[in-house]
Every structure is written in C-alpha cells, then in structure tokens.
Design a protein around this ligand. Structure first.
Ligand code: KG4
Ligand code: ZN
Length: 333
C-alpha cells in the first residue's frame, strides 16, 4: 500500500510516499529555516504562506521522483495536530482536496505519533512494545508504545520542551535559530563541567520533566557575569547547559524503562539528533542491558515520511478520517 503523506505543522513543508509503513519511496523536505532565521524563531503567518506557495511543487517533486501519478497512490496521510493552526490547515486542505477528487482514503496523523513511527522506517524489524523518549521543539514526552495504536504518556514536561530550551539559550548566547544544532556544535568546543547548572529531576518517582528552572539559571548566570564585567565563554555555557539537559533526559528514560520492566527503548523528535544525547543514551542503555533505537537525523526532525509510516498503521487498524478532519493545535496523544 502506497501512502502519499503531507507534513506542514511547523516550518518544514514535506511530502513523502511510503510503502506499507516501512519503506520510503520519496521524502521531500523543504525547510523554511532560512526564512525564519532573521526573526530568531518561526513566525506562524510566514510559515503558513510559504506552505501555500511551496506545497504544490513539493507534491509534484515527490510524484516525479517516484514516477508515479496521484491516481497510483492508495491513500493520503496528513498531520492534523499538534502544530501551528495556519500551517496545519495548508497541509490538511491539500490532503482533503486530493482525497476527495480522487476518491482515496484520508488518514489524519498525530504529529508525535509520526515522530515515533520514524523508528519503523529506520528499523524494519522493530515492533512494539517499547518505551520512547520524544524530544522536539514543542514536546518532551516519555511514551510507552504498547502496540501500533496504543500510546501511553508516562511523563511529560510541565513547562518548556527540551528543544524550546535549546532554542532560547541559543538565542541569548547569540548562536541564532534553530538553537539545538548550534548548541550541539558549540558544546564540542566547550567544557561541560565549567558551570554547575541545576539538574531538575522533580519527584524521583515521576517521569515528568521541567526545563524552565534550568533556563532561568543559565540566564541568571549570563546576566550575573555581565554585571560583574566578567567574560562569558559561550562554548562553556553551551556545553554545561547541554549536559544538564541530557543527563536528566537519559536518567529519566533509563529509570522509567527499568521501572516498567521494558527492555526496548527508542528516541524520536528533533532533539534526538543531539550528539551528546545519542552518546550518553547509548552508553547508559548498554550498561542497563536495554536495546536502543533512534532514526537518522533526517527522520528525527520534521518530515512527511514519518507521517506516512504512522498513517499506514492507522489505516490497517481502521482509523480513517473523513472530510471533517480539522487541524487541532493542541491535539493530545
Ligand atoms: O521535531 P522537530 O523538528 O520539530 C518539532 O516538532 O518541534 O524538532 C525541532 C527541535 C528544535 O527545537 C531544534 O533546536 C531541536 O529540535 N534540535 C536539536 C538538534 N537538532 C535539532 N536539539 C539539540 N541538538 C540537536 N542536534
Ligand atoms: Zn516535530
């Protein structure tokens, strides 16, 4: 079954064709990063307008790369939330128009479930159940994937998402947007023990996260140094901040897996591109005897192939949408 999938929830306009939820035939991604960079973050209205102008061409690119016509596609998958409402509606309108005009099934996909499903594309043999750390610009969740349709949130951030913290700290350090890759790079040149930023574990028996205290601690450190007229080493700040985030993410994930007796863990979302997170999670999972999967960076950040993978599992489990499918900015998992 070949599903044409569309992802426009934030600042990537992406169209993919995925076969049977596991095989990528094409995954075209047009990133608007260059456009939003000068504003220091994503401007929702500009994102929507660029989706409108780019999406028809990206659909054409995906079809021509696979030498397919729309008539040869079996169904249409589309992200319907969470995300920016204007951005979501562009993808949804296109998906509905194609599904209606060609009388093909329309399948709405939850963006976070899509991020998790990226692992199915990378690892054809991977099957639920497993525990997933989903860390992106808008989410930090520990999700137990019981089967292809049952996602249980065991922990979530009570304030900022991990990616949001990376983006904010990057901005104050002058590294720009998006912050994650910039901090990752700068941290390689810094000393991760230079500054003792707090590790916020909250209640040890819980698997929730909190990153706003850490963000304030970094801002206070920078302001304090400025007031004392002392030099700031941005690479040291980046390395120490990154270590504080990663240590918490790794410890909570491993503790949670042990507690629920789950020996398989995955990572998903843009922040799972982070090199320290990958390295430390690999080391700690090995020590704890857990198997670990995470997709290539291109499948961790927003892309339509992950939406096509999840759409397939929705479809074969009878979860199909109709033309009333709407964009829901705060769609719950
Ligand atoms: O999953 P994603 O592409 O979009 C959302 O659904 O939010 O994630 C984007 C987030 C941004 O906050 C970006 O700074 C972060 O992922 N990110 C990283 C890295 N690459 C992207 N964070 C830390 N280290 C990275 N290497
Ligand atoms: Zn995302």
């Amino acid at each position: 079954m070949k599903i044409l999938s569309i992802e426009t929830s934030c600042d990537e306009t992406s169209v993919a064709i995925v076969e049977d939820g596991r095989k990528i035939l094409t995954n075209r991604i047009y990133s608007q990063i260059d456009i939003h960079q000068k504003y220091g973050g994503v401007v929702p209205e500009i994102a929507s307008r660029n989706h409108v102008t780019k999406l028809p061409y990206i659909i054409d690119d995906a079809l021509s790369e696979t030498h397919m016509t729309l008539a040869e596609v079996d169904a249409i998958g589309v992200t319907n939330g969470p995300g920016l409402i204007g951005a979501l509606l562009v993808g949804l309108s296109a998906a509905k128009a194609i599904a209606y005009s060609l009388d093909k099934p329309l399948i709405g996909v939850h963006h976070i479930e899509g991020h998790i499903a990226a692992n199915f594309l990378q690892f054809p043999e991977l099957e639920p159940p497993f525990l997933t750390l989903v860390v992106s610009g808008g989410h930090s969740h520990l999700v137990l994937v019981e089967d292809y349709q049952t996602f249980k949130v065991l922990g979530r951030t009570i304030d900022d998402a991990a990616g949001e913290a990376f983006d904010k700290i990057s901005r104050v350090l002058g590294f720009g947007y998006p912050g994650g890759p910039a901090i990752d790079k700068a941290a390689k040149l810094g000393n991760l023990d230079a500054i003792a930023f707090p590790r916020v574990f909250l209640d040890k028996s819980e698997y929730n996260f909190s990153f706003s205290g850490l963000k304030s601690a970094v801002l206070n450190y920078i302001n304090g140094m400025k007031m004392k007229n002392e030099p700031i080493n941005p690479n040291d700040v980046a390395a120490s901040f990154q270590m504080a985030v990663v240590e918490v993410l790794v410890k909570k994930t491993i503790d949670c897996a042990k507690h629920i007796r789950m020996d398989k863990i995955c990572m998903a979302g843009g922040v799972s591109c982070n090199s320290l997170l990958r390295q430390m999670m690999t080391e700690e999972a090995a020590k704890a005897g857990l198997s670990l999967h995470y997709p290539d960076p291109i499948l961790c950040t927003d892309n339509a192939a992950m939406i096509g993978a999840m759409a397939y599992y929705n479809y074969i489990n009878g979860v199909v949408s109709d033309l009333s499918l709407n964009g829901i900015p705060g769609l719950k998992i």
